[in-house]
Design a protein around this ligand. Structure first.
Ligand code: HPA
Length: 300
């Protein structure tokens, strides 16, 4: 049994956690949230006026176990637009069930979040993808073998059988692509294959994923996106290609390289996310004068 299966029901637990965040940071919470993936925690530095709530101080929140994943809810602002940042996420491979993995998304739902930006480190399955490339998720293959909505459904969270025709909002994808173009950053569409991990894939598995229509592969994102869609949120998935997937290049895959690629790309990704946040907030990013604040990004 995971911690989220004990005591009060999931809805009450999410509400208690949301209430603790509201108490610590003030009401109302921002309507947009960003989940930071492996190596991308440094993105919080790009936000001002930060209020930090450690996961350990939030009732029912699990704590991350992986290097490169801090554990904080951070509320920060970019040019007047506020966002909630989840610095550190939970993964199925850590041993959590998917209800625990997606608990923070339920808490965001209780806080009133309407737009969720998911970031992730991924391996490039499509042979042209190289470390440092940034992709915008157009769809996913949930190959974890289970679903975060499995089990009793509380209608206060959403429908029993939610539609997944457009998991990643077309409108947000178009906005992200437009902003990337303005920044001179390539942002290609990609189908994300979500595997349970924690071992990286074999070359044969990568060939299988390619045949199934995957462009990138990772171990997060899909369960969070499913829960966010059930909650009626608009989801944007921005994934950094940290390595060529197994067998695409002769080199082995190392977690350190994944984290390092994340660090390198943080300025560029931060800049893009800021612009998307401002657009969602209804501020024209072109008019707020922060272009040139970060070094120019040049993919390898
Ligand atoms: N496979 C799965 N997950 C990943 C990878 C990969 O190659 N790179 C970063 N996350």
């Amino acid at each position: 049994m995971s911690p989220t299966h004990q005591g009060p029901d999931l809805y009450s637990r999410a509400e208690e956690a949301a209430e603790a965040i509201r108490r610590a940071t003030g009401d109302p919470a921002p309507r947009i949230a960003v989940v930071l993936g492996s190596g991308l925690n440094g993105l919080v530095e790009r936000f001002g006026d930060r209020r930090v709530v450690p996961y350990s101080q939030i009732p029912h929140f699990p704590t991350p176990t992986v290097a490169g994943h801090a554990g904080n809810v951070v509320i920060g602002s970019v040019d007047g637009a506020e966002a909630i940042l989840l610095q550190g996420r939970f993964h199925y491979y850590e041993g959590h069930d998917l209800r625990t993995v997606t608990f923070p998304v339920r808490v965001l739902q209780r806080l009133g979040v309407q737009t969720l930006i998911l970031t992730a480190a991924t391996g490039g399955v499509r042979p042209e993808l190289r470390p440092g490339n940034l992709v915008c998720l157009s769809d996913h293959l949930n190959l974890i073998g289970t679903n975060p909505l499995r089990g009793p459904n509380d209608p206060r969270f959403g429908e029993r059988f939610p539609d997944m025709t457009e998991v990643y909002s077309k409108k947000l994808r178009n906005s992200a692509k437009e902003e990337a173009r303005r920044l001179g950053v390539q942002l290609v569409s990609a189908v994300y294959a979500c595997l349970p991990g924690p071992s990286y894939e074999t070359p044969a598995e990568i060939r299988m994923l390619r045949a199934l229509g995957a462009d990138v592969v990772g171990m997060s994102t899909a369960p969070e996106a499913i829960v966010a869609r059930q909650a009626g949120m608009d989801v944007l998935g921005l994934a950094l290609v940290t390595n060529a997937a197994a067998g695409v290049l002769p080199a082995p895959i190392r977690h350190e390289d994944v984290l390092e690629a994340g660090l390198k790309a943080t300025p560029m990704l931060g800049k893009l996310i800021r612009r998307v946040i401002l657009r969602v907030a209804g501020v024209a990013p072109g008019n707020v004068g922060f272009s040139g604040e970060f070094p120019t990004y040049r993919p390898d």
